[in-house]
Design a protein. Structure first.
Length: 183
């Protein structure tokens, strides 16, 4: 009989990064106007998450050679799909979830809210996932609150806590200690 580890390894994902795991772990990140896309293949037990800051990359070169690849939604999602493909995971078995895109710097007026960075990030992520045929199974986006999310790479479960501005600032200074952890 194999012993089950008491805790899973825990990692914190910084803005502009992507992580993919073939072994079970927990990956956490903090979001404001940025978005996180999680992807999981339950058949293979592989999970991934990106933390993208901006909707689209302005570079004309290939995303793979870009030093800021995971800062942009389109390049980040493309990179995640490529990472699954390199591991032999069929695109049709990938499920995605989308989080973040808050309007952290509230601008009053319908036109400004539609064009906020958070809204653009969410819209670009949805468009790109749809164009690539990746099934979006859950989303918690928009609003005015930051979010702390924890991804279980093995199951694809995402634990979410919405943060008020004080909790968000506190979490930024110490992501492990914030009230954002879910048990």
């Amino acid at each position: 009989m194999n012993a089950v580890p008491a805790t899973l390894p825990y990692f914190f994902l910084k803005p502009g990064d992507m992580a993919i795991a073939e072994e079970p772990c927990i990956i956490a990140t903090l979001l404001g106007s940025c978005i996180a896309v999680t992807m999981t293949s339950r058949r293979s037990g592989i999970g991934a998450i990106c933390h993208a800051l901006l909707p689209s990359c302005g570079h004309k070169r290939e995303c793979g050679s870009c030093p800021e690849r995971f800062r942009h939604v389109d390049c980040a999602v493309s990179g995640m799909i490529e990472a699954f493909r390199e591991r032999g995971v069929p695109q049709g078995s990938i499920e995605a979830k989308l989080f973040g895109g808050a309007d952290m710097f509230r601008i009053h007026g319908a036109a400004e809210e539609r064009n906020s960075v958070g809204r653009q990030n969410v819209d670009r992520a949805r468009e790109f996932l749809d164009a690539e045929g990746i099934r979006l199974v859950a989303a918690d986006v928009g609003g005015i609150q930051g979010r702390k999310i924890l991804l279980s790479t093995e199951t694809g479960e995402v634990f979410l806590r919405r943060l008020n501005s004080m909790a968000y600032r506190q979490a930024l200074t110490d992501p492990r200690r914030s009230g954002g952890e879910t048990r």
